[in-house]
Design a protein around this ligand. Structure first.
Ligand code: BG6
Length: 477
């Protein structure tokens, strides 16, 4: 879908996120023809650079973090669209220059890729200098607060300068291709929705497993832990999309209203249903405490939990969530495990055959449905479970491999003015209202996370969490 010409200002334009994701993503959209004539990207940061130097920063970033596209001859043209302004977020420096650069008649978007403490000062100056108007958009990154109180304060700060319809709170998981496909699968097929409830679903598992540790970003991570870094946002969003009622339209507020209802229906989780873990030292790799340079850290790099949703659709259906660093594989999936057959008519068929719909976020994005069939051959009526596999790369041909990065899609949605894949302020607050008591409980009890071996599925207790209910985790592979 084409977009209108735009000026995108990236505050924190030389920072890590800009170099890793935003600039390479914008270049891919440029190649795809989605940066109409007259669109510009304006990097803004504290350090002094001119346009030429900033273009070199961008070139180096694309070479380091880009994929195949870095060889594309269009790079030079793309770099020509880049400009730079040195700006003092909390002072006066650079603002009149930025104001002079802005043009009328194009979409104005401002990406706050900076520490949350700068959101307020930036918003204020954008208004003071009349750089932002009633039609401008701002994009803010996580972490959006560290608890309910700070999230409310941030929302209030932004609301004093911008309307909710101008604020785009990014959760990059919502930009992942498969996450959106989850909605297409649920609401674009007649097959699944009738079964999507406690009558047919035994339980749901959401796993986001990573192999990386926290080395390099320990200072941030040690103050957050897996609960704030992953569960409160990414896992919560996945849970909402899988559990929400069908929105009447695929439209921002219709979708966000339904997600909010899920968060509000979450039951409090007692300590018995949560396991926290922290990775131990491996043979040649440092422990979490070494990585975070905090020898007495009690921060969790792993969480597993059982969550219940108190509503009609999901009464009695457990949602098992887990996420962690330095696990066995980089693998994220949502698995909907359907109930056993009430009765099997096949003699000697004692095995439990189950339908499982698994939605793989990464790697090999795709969806598969485990179904039971007859084992081929003359051996009589023996049943086996096989996957009906739809890996996007296979199903969509060569283009299927070229799944756009989450940031690419989300930035273009900002330009289009489509908020469907962004979190609304009340959603973020509701998510904190649910996580706060859990985190406060750990702090009150001075909870010590269980150590786990690197390259595994997390601490033993995480197995117990689900075994106790007579179920097992799916393999992380
Ligand atoms: C970020 C977290 O939001 O998501 C990181 O801060 C995490 O700790 C990352 O590694 C995972 O994202 P992805 O897209 O690699 O699954």
């Amino acid at each position: 879908i084409p977009v209108d010409p735009f000026d995108l200002v990236i505050f924190g334009g030389t920072g890590d996120l800009a170099r890793r994701k935003i600039l390479p993503g914008l270049f891919r959209r440029f190649i795809a023809g989605q940066m109409p004539e007259g669109s510009r990207i304006i990097g803004a940061a504290r350090s002094e650079h001119d346009d030429a130097e900033y273009r070199e920063v961008a070139r180096a970033a694309i070479e380091e973090f880009g994929g195949e596209e870095k060889k594309d001859p269009a790079l030079q043209d793309f770099l020509g669209r880049l400009h730079y302004v040195a700006i003092d977020a909390t002072g006066e420096g650079g603002w009149s220059q930025l104001s002079g650069l802005m043009r009328d008649g194009v979409v104005r978007a401002f990406y706050f890729s900076v520490a949350p403490s700068l959101f307020g000062p930036l918003a204020e100056r954008l208004h003071q200098h009349r750089i932002a108007d009633g039609d401008s958009r701002i994009v803010v990154e996580k972490p959006f607060g560290r608890d309910l109180e700070s999230a409310k304060a941030l929302n209030a700060t932004l609301a004093s300068h911008f309307d909710e319809r101008q604020i785009y709170r990014i959760d990059h998981y919502l930009g992942k291709e498969t996450v959106q496909n989850l909605m297409a699968i649920r609401f674009g097929n007649v097959l699944f929705e009738p079964l999507w409830n406690s009558h047919y679903v035994d339980h749901i598992q959401i796993t986001v497993a990573e192999t990386v540790g926290v080395g390099g970003r320990g200072a941030y991570y040690d103050k957050s832990g897996a609960m704030r870094d992953m569960v409160q946002n990414h896992l919560m969003q996945l849970l909402c999309l899988i559990a929400m009622e069908p929105p009447a339209q695929f439209e921002a507020d219709a979708v966000r209203d339904e997600k909010l209802k899920v968060i509000r229906a979450l039951q409090p989780v007692d300590a018995h249903h949560i396991v926290r873990g922290q990775y131990d030292a491996g043979e040649d790799s440092p422990s979490y405490r070494q990585d975070s340079e905090n020898p007495r850290s009690f921060t969790e790099s792993f969480v597993a939990m059982r969550v219940m949703i108190a509503n009609w659709r999901w009464a009695g259906v457990p949602f098992y969530l887990r996420t962690g660093k330095k696990l066995k594989a980089r693998s994220s999936e949502i698995a909907v495990v359907f109930k056993d057959l009430g009765h099997s008519m096949f003699e000697g068929d004692e095995a439990r055959h189950r339908n499982i719909l698994s939605i793989r976020l990464q790697p090999n994005e795709g969806i598969d449905l485990q179904v039971t069939i007859k084992e081929p051959g003359p051996g009589g009526m023996r049943l086996v479970d096989v996957p009906l596999d739809m890996t996007f790369a296979d199903a969509l041909g060569p283009d299927g491999e070229d799944v756009p990065d989450a940031y690419e899609r989300l930035i273009m949605d900002v330009i289009r003015g489509n908020q469907t894949l962004f979190m609304r302020g009340d959603e973020v607050e509701a998510a904190w209202a649910w996580t706060d008591p859990i985190i406060e409980g750990w702090e009150r009890r001075a909870d010590v996370p269980k150590l786990y071996e690197q390259g595994t599925g997390g601490p033993e207790d995480a197995q117990m969490l689900i075994h106790r209910d007579g179920r097992r985790w799916r393999d992380i592979k």
